[in-house]
Design a protein around this ligand. Sequence first.
Ligand SMILES: *Cc1c(COP(=O)(O)O)cnc(C)c1O
Length: 386
Amino acid sequence: MEEQGFFYRDTWAEIDLDRVSANITGLKELLPNDVEIIAVVKANAYGHGDVQISNTALMAGATYLAVAFLDEALSLRKKGITAPILVLGASRPQDVSIASNHEVTLTVYRTDWLTEALTHLGKEQTLKLHVKLDTGMGRIGIRDKQELQTLEQQINKDVRVELEGVFTHFATADELNTDYYQQQFTRFQEMLSWFNNRPKLIHSSNSAASLRFKEAGFNAVRMGIVMYGLTPSIEMEPELPFPLQESFSLHSRLVHVKKLQKGEKISYGATYEAQAEEWIGTIPIGYADGWIRKLQGQEVLVNGIRVPIVGRICMDQCMIKLPCELPLGTKVTLIGEQNGEVISVNEIAERTDTINYEITCIISNRVPRIYKQHGKIVDVYNAIAD
Ligand SMILES: *Cc1c(COP(=O)(O)O)cnc(C)c1O
């Protein structure tokens, strides 16, 4: 590994790139051949690492990447990604010139945005756009026929701009009740009929919809959470069309081990008290790593056994109750598998009253990422040494 790849702390996340590939292959096999996969790598690929996931996704058959913000697209360009990238969220009109320079596709969702954006685009510059239609998500997007037709005319009049795509986003595609999905789908089809010339790429499905609703595939789907091997919702889990392979795991090591006597206490507030003689281990991970204080009491794996976090979680460390005296350096798994015992991202999400999406996103970039492929370490990324 290069010098910058090293890290000097016994806490790391591991990303299994083979599993990411397998998840993409799973979806690819489910989709008709002419439906493209847009790999959604916003938020540093949901905490997994944008460039590594982008490369893996493109190798596995994705043809387009999507991020939320222009900065994320530029970061990928800087890291050498040349594939098309779509910015799904709002960009500022004054930034179209830089988007054009780096061949980044932007989302347009207002005519006044376009009017202003065009004043910032150089004479020789070109810009690709996808238009976002709001069919019921209520976030960004055009809702009105007149506005869409004005936008289409505006774009047609300007040779510098290409309307390459049109898309919408479902609010309830991961829920068993499909009524609202159906309404949005019908509305999208109606809105598509408002075009004089439909753009080349039509996409509406996120992961959940791409697994469940063939008709919403059009000619591209946006694959986020499923690429990482996580279910879009707990209620969808029983009906997943292929098994998902969780690619993210989180590990640490015992850096201190001690015996407590009955009545001795642990951590801020001295809230935990040993009930008898107890072996307590310290691991170097805390809430600044995204291992939030709400995870007090959560179990972790040591030698394949579940043991609880005891006392309050500190900014950089927390303590666990050990089954016996264990050597310093013993591996502790906070998310992932040890000897067949598994702590899933979903378990952590449930414990913290949130969804799996949030968990991998909030493991902060203070935690180095190790990438594995074909059983070998292929990359190490330590953001704070970058
Ligand atoms: C984040 C996002 C996605 C990906 O959703 P998943 O549920 O992770 O597949 C797709 N489309 C848009 C517009 C998004 O913002």
